[in-house]
Design a protein around this ligand. Structure first.
Ligand SMILES: O=P(O)(O)OC[C@H]1O[C@H](OP(=O)(O)OP(=O)(O)O)[C@H](O)[C@@H]1O
Ligand SMILES: Nc1ncnc2[nH]cnc12
Length: 178
């Protein structure tokens, strides 16, 4: 399936999780076997072209696509977790979202210094999550070569922010305006 066809599998839910947010929901995409496989295939091809040696995905929706991409490429997956979930000493970073604030943590031993990492997530909005993940991964010595998303919300400027950090960014689908 093409990215244009995949767009039709994404459900838009108005006013979730708060008034004024148009929530772009991937539940309907991942329930569609052919669509899910196609999305993972497109993301994997792009990550491979960036020379990814491992994939990092952000909890929770980034785990769905990131782990599948890692399996497709036969490389490792690094979970970038929400706070208090990892059973070892972590390093973490606080960040702002389109709705609220949160924190990400990683196990510093999960990364080899100089390792080329590609970030995979379902969606980039303000870029708060992806920029925080990039900073965290770089802090432990990773080379964050690229970031791949199913959906970009360009009006919120996240992809631009991430590119300003020197990360190559692409997305399968843009949702502009409403
Ligand atoms: O570009 P940003 O403004 O940072 O927003 C994008 C992030 O928001 C969503 O995750 P969320 O934190 O809602 O968590 P979830 O994956 O657990 O639903 C989405 O999966 C991205 O990770
Ligand atoms: N508008 C949105 N839809 C789905 N996930 C999001 N994460 C941040 N903004 C979002």
């Amino acid at each position: 399936m093409t990215p244009t066809e995949l767009r039709g599998l994404i459900r838009t839910v108005p006013d979730f999780p708060e008034p004024g947010i148009q929530f772009r929901d991937i539940t309907t995409l991942i329930a569609h076997g052919e669509g899910f496989r196609a999305a993972v295939g497109h993301l994997a091809k792009a990550a491979q072209q960036s020379g990814a040696e491992a994939i990092a995905g952000m909890e929770a929706r980034g785990f769905i696509f990131g782990a599948a991409v890692a399996v497709e490429l036969g490389i490792g997956f690094i979970p970038v977790r929400k706070p208090g979930k990892l059973p070892v000493p972590t390093i973490g970073i606080d960040y702002a979202l389109e709705y609220g604030t949160d924190r990400l943590e990683i196990d510093p031993d999960a990364i080899r210094p100089g390792q080329r990492i590609s970030i995979v997530d379902d969606l980039i909005a303000t870029g708060g999550t992806a920029v925080a993940a990039t900073r965290l991964l770089r802090k432990v010595g990773a080379v964050v070569s690229s970031a791949h998303f199913v959906i970009d919300l360009p009006d919120l400027g996240g992809a631009t922010q991430l590119r300003e950090q020197g990360v190559r960014v692409d997305a399968l689908i843009d949702f502009e305006g409403d």
